[in-house]
Design a protein around this ligand. Structure first.
Ligand code: T3D
Length: 263
C-alpha cells in the first residue's frame, strides 16, 4: 500500500507530500501520525535546514477526512479529541519547527487543509488552487489556528466573510490580499517551490529560526517586549559562524557559505 505521507530527503532539505489523493489528501489518523513523526525527525536532525510541504494529485488537502471521524462511547462524534490529539499539536509543531517551511498549495485547500497552509512560513500556490474555510458548511467553527491566522493575514472583514460564507478564496485573491507569498503557474509550482526550499537550506538557519520565533510572537507582544526579543536574538546571531561568514563574504564580494550552525 502507498504510504500516506511521502518523505523525500534532498540535499539539506526534506519534501513532505500528503499522499491520499483519492480523498484530496484529507487527514485521517494515519496521516496525522506520519506527519507528526516526520516533523519530529526533522526537528532532531540538524542536517535538515528547510522543509517543503505539498500534496499529491489535484488537491493540496481537504482538511479532516469526514469519513474517518472517531465517535465517543455515547455514539456522538468526538471532534474535541481529534483537535486535541492532532490538529492543535500539528499547528504548534509547524510554528515551533526551527526551520523555514515552504508550502506549495498544488490544488484545493479546504477546512483544516487551508489553515495548515497558513501555518507554514512561505506559501506558494498554483494559479488554479483555492482556499476554502469549509467549516460553516458542515456546522463547525474554523480550527487549526484559522481564527488567529487568517484575520492577521487578510484583515478582519475578509476573514469574517470567508469563514461565515465558506466561499473560496482564489490563489490570486490570496496573493493580492496578503494570505500567501506568491501565485505560480500550475506547471511551474513544484519547480519554483523546490528551488526556493533548496535556497533556504543554504541560508543562515539559526538566524532564520530566530526570525521565525520573533514573528510568531510579534502579533501578541508589545513593542518593548519585541525589542527585547530582537536584542536577545541579535546577540545570539552575532556570535554565530554564519554572521562572521556573512560579513566576510560581503567584504570579499562573494556568495556566503552558511553552515546554519549556532556555534
Ligand atoms: O474531527 C473533526 O472533524 C474536527 C476537525 C475539523 C477540521 C476540518 O478540516 S473540518 C472541514 C472538513 N473538510 C471539508 O468540509 C471539505 C470537504 N470537501 C469539499 O468540500 C470538496 O471536496 C472540495 C471543495 C474540497 C473539493 O471539491 P471537488 O468538487 O473538487 O472534489 P470532490 O468531488 O468533492 O472530492 C473528490 C473526492 O474526495 C470525493 O470522493 P469520491 O466521490 O471521488 O469517492 C470526495 O468525497 C473526497 N473528499 C473530499 N474532501 C473530503 C473527501 N473525503 C473525505 N473527507 C473530506 N474532507
Amino acid at each position: 500500500m502507498e504510504p500516506v505521507l511521502l518523505v523525500d530527503a534532498r540535499d539539506g532539505w526534506v519534501k513532505l507530500t500528503l499522499n491520499r489523493p483519492a480523498r484530496l489528501n484529507a487527514f485521517d489518523e494515519a496521516l496525522h501520525v506520519a506527519l507528526a513523526a516526520a516533523l519530529d525527525d526533522i526537528a532532531a536532525n540538524d542536517a535538515v535546514r528547510a522543509v517543503l510541504l505539498t500534496g499529491a494529485g489535484r488537491g493540496f488537502c481537504a482538511g479532516q477526512d469526514l469519513s474517518a471521524v472517531p465517535t465517543a462511547p455515547d455514539g456522538r462524534h468526538d471532534l474535541g479529541s481529534v483537535v486535541t490529539r492532532f490538529y492543535n499539536p500539528l499547528i504548534m509543531r509547524l510554528r515551533r519547527l526551527e526551520r523555514p517551511i515552504v508550502c506549495a498549495v498544488n490544488g484545493v485547500a479546504a477546512g483544516a487543509g487551508a489553515n495548515l497552509a497558513f501555518a507554514c512560513d512561505i506559501v506558494l500556490a498554483a494559479r488554479s488552487a483555492k482556499f476554502i474555510q469549509a467549516f460553516a458548511k458542515i456546522g463547525l467553527v474554523p480550527d487549526s489556528g484559522g481564527t488567529w491566522t487568517l484575520p492577521r493575514l487578510v484583515g478582519d472583514a475578509r476573514a469574517r466573510a470567508l469563514m461565515m460564507l465558506g466561499e473560496p478564496m482564489s490563489a490570486e485573491q490570496a496573493e493580492t490580499w496578503g494570505a500567501i507569498w506568491k501565485v505560480c503557474d500550475d506547471n511551474a509550482l513544484v519547480a519554483e517551490a523546490e528551488t526556493l526550499t533548496a535556497h533556504l537550506a543554504t541560508q543562515p538557519t539559526f538566524a532564520l529560526a530566530r526570525t521565525k520565533r520573533l514573528l510568531n510572537g510579534s502579533s501578541t507582544a508589545d513593542l518593548v517586549h519585541q525589542l527585547d526579543g530582537e536584542l536577545d536574538a541579535q546577540r545570539a546571531c552575532g556570535a554565530t559562524p554564519d554572521y562572521a561568514e556573512g560579513v566576510s563574504a560581503f567584504t570579499e564580494k562573494r556568495t556566503p557559505r552558511f553552515t546554519g550552525r549556532a556555534k
